[in-house]
Write a protein that binds this ligand. Structure first.
Ligand code: ZN
Ligand code: ZN
Ligand code: ZN
Length: 369
């Protein structure tokens, strides 16, 4: 997604506003998505320190290793560049840039070593998570971000459709092979990166985060596929199940409950409710269907530049669902040693209700190859 300098300026202004509201003197961001969200630069995830220091000064400071400075697209109205040479102490530079700051928010994906070193250099700082600043800012997507999420979802839908139509052979193939094909197809459909492609067959489908391996997929088995990647900076994430042969009655019954639970979770996903309402809507149907003990995870997670980010659809999260929140609705039923199923779509909360980004068929489809 092409972003204008104005867009970054708006984001930085909103971050500063929240900082002022919450009495935060500075935010420091490093590797991960917070940094590119705010200033367009992605730090190399290596040992050398890259850190954006945002204080009440009108421009932020981006501290980068001298050798990586040529990678930075300068946005002079947003930040000035501070480079450090191989023999400099970058923590000392950050410590001094923080000047008289006391309450400092630290981005969630900052490496521990930098935090530990900063505490040693500046024991006077009160370090806080940046949940209330960066996470909440990033959780509410604008229309361009929703457009990017929708495009990624549609690309993933096409891969799901190939799976459901039998174009991706399953029977006699190793899970890992099918996983690699799902990944290749995500790239063919426009993704830049594959983040994961779970393929869990038969009893393996009872493990929600199964690592696809050498198990050969048989006939008359459920095959749970949960895959996603990053396209134009935003993530996709979809789960569909297929069955390699006629559907047993027991599975038809289980899947009917799962599908109804997923629909209920989606229906609760409009702005105005709370995050835990989505979880409760799905879970109450699975409980009533008698499968409650087999639904062993929260109903969903936020999604955006990261595959999992705030807000989380989980009991206890009574944060309001806001227009622009993007998240998964993915209840599952996992019967150990037997089988499992999950159904997942990405949803955006709107003022007038949920906007479902994934359009792939929600049925448990029989495939014959
Ligand atoms: Zn998961
Ligand atoms: Zn998923
Ligand atoms: Zn997910």
């Amino acid at each position: 997604m092409e972003l204008t300098d104005t867009k970054f300026g708006d984001r930085m202004a909103r971050a500063r506003l929240v900082m002022a509201e919450q009495d935060v003197d500075a935010i420091i961001l490093s590797v991960g998505a917070d940094l590119p969200y705010l200033c367009g630069y992605t730090a190399m995830a290596l040992e050398r320190l890259t850190m954006l220091v945002v204080t009440s000064d009108t421009v932020a400071r981006l501290v980068v290793p001298e050798l990586e400075a040529p990678r930075v697209t300068m946005r002079g109205e947003l930040f000035e560049l501070v480079t450090w040479a191989e023999t400099d102490d970058p923590i000392a530079i950050v410590a001094s840039l923080l000047g008289g700051c006391r309450r400092v928010c630290v981005g969630d994906t900052m490496w521990a070593r930098f935090v530990v070193e900063l505490i040693a250099a500046r024991p006077d700082l009160e370090l806080l998570r940046s949940t209330g600043v960066m996470n909440e800012l990033r959780a509410v997507k604008d229309e361009a971000e929703i457009g990017a999420l929708r495009a990624a979802a549609h690309a993933a839908d096409k891969v799901a459709a190939a799976l459901q139509s039998g174009k991706i052979p399953l029977i006699g193939r190793a899970e890992a092979d099918v996983s690699a094909e799902l990944g290749r197809r995500l790239i063919e459909e426009g993704h830049d990166v594959v983040n994961f492609a779970i393929v869990a067959s038969g009893p393996n489908a009872a493990s929600p985060h199964h690592e696809p391996g050498g198990r050969l997929i048989g006939s008359d088995e459920i095959v749970l596929c949960d895959f996603g990647g990053t396209m134009d900076g935003y993530c996709s994430d979809i789960t569909r199940c297929v069955h390699t042969g006629p559907l047993p009655a027991e599975l038809v019954e289980l899947y009917a409950v799962l599908r109804e639970a997923q629909e209920a979770g989606v229906a609760a996903g409009g702005a105005g409710g709370t995050c835990q309402d989505v979880d409760r809507a799905s879970r109450s149907i699975i409980d009533a269907g008698g499968y409650g003990e087999y639904f062993i995870h929260r109903t969903g997670h936020g999604i955006g530049m990261e595959a999992h980010e705030d807000p989380y659809m989980v009991e206890g999260n009574d944060e309001p669902l806001l227009a622009g929140h993007a998240f998964s609705v993915e209840p599952g039923i996992y019967v150990p040693g037997r089988w499992g199923a999950r159904l997942e779509d990405i949803v955006v909360a709107r003022a007038d209700g949920p906007d479902v980004l994934n359009q792939a068929d929600h049925a448990l489809i029989e495939v014959h190859s």
